[in-house]
Ligand binder design. Sequence first.
Ligand code: GLA
Length: 343
Amino acid sequence: MTEVSHQQWGQVCGRGAVDLWVLTSPQVRVEVLTLGAIIRSVCSRGSDGQMQDVVLGYDDLEGYLSDQRYLGAVVGRVANRIAGGRFVVDGKDYQLDINNGPNALHGGLLGFNKAIWFAKAVEGGVQLSHTSPDGDQGYPGEVHVSVTYTLQGETLTAEYQAVSSKTTPINLTNHSYFNLAGQGAADIYDHQMSISAESFLPVDNSMIPTGEIKAVEGTPFDLRKPVLIGPRLKEVPGPGFDHNFCLSSPGDTWAERHAARVSHPASGRVLEVSTSQPGVQFYTANFLDGVTGKGGAKYGKHSSFCLETQNWPDAVNQPSFPDCLLCPGEKYLHVTRFTFTTV
Ligand code: GLA
């Protein structure tokens, strides 16, 4: 049985109130904001029975309004990168704002993470909806989008839906940063990581996939069996993991699959992720650089990890990648589940 309650959390000048929704099951407590459909906290029990907040975030609304790192937020209209911010749909060229080197990242300067979503209670959770107007951040078509968070026992489910008035690329995810040790933990080096992927997408120097679908076998990206992340990070070229792991192949049917399992032996906490998306961006917070978070904590490089379930980055420009176009009359739908248990 999940209890659901809400209260006003703050006001954004000229834009209205931001509410905090609280979902409480016997095992897990989740806080969600109507700003950015943000997961503000997830408290789960360790083997010793102690509840700890295992996601990064801020103490107040100001923190979330000025955030540049997408802590806990739903990102869209297109999560991850589009090369040059450019694409062609129905023979028409589109140019998005460039906000990450030469590329467009995570929906643009004012993406879904900065919108105030409309919330309504549903059984065991909250449904957040948002309308993105035609031309929003350069994207075609008016898009009606919703994300429904429900909590059943140990499992937090995020279900995403969207419809569009014109053909548009779409790719929605949640950008929570996790550390299963709880608040105040400096890094994730003592976490054991596994990802159910036979292949990953190598990237160029602006982090756009090269087009190669590379087998993980014999590379540091082989996480099919649990790996201690600290030593493994030293083997990865560059500042850490920030890559799409392929959970299925282009053309595979829509199906929910196991994506990842992370455990933290010291606390006994375990996170399992499953999704109907064809990929997951495993990101080891390489660009966090001392951001001040909850309770004054400083979030640095490798302080946390993200498992951003998604379509493959730059799919709109790479015909061999899974289709990312939403046409009028179609419904975009995907589901991701986060399950918090102990070893
Ligand atoms: C994603 C990207 C990273 C970074 C973060 C946000 O995970 O892949 O490169 O941009 O979002 O800081």
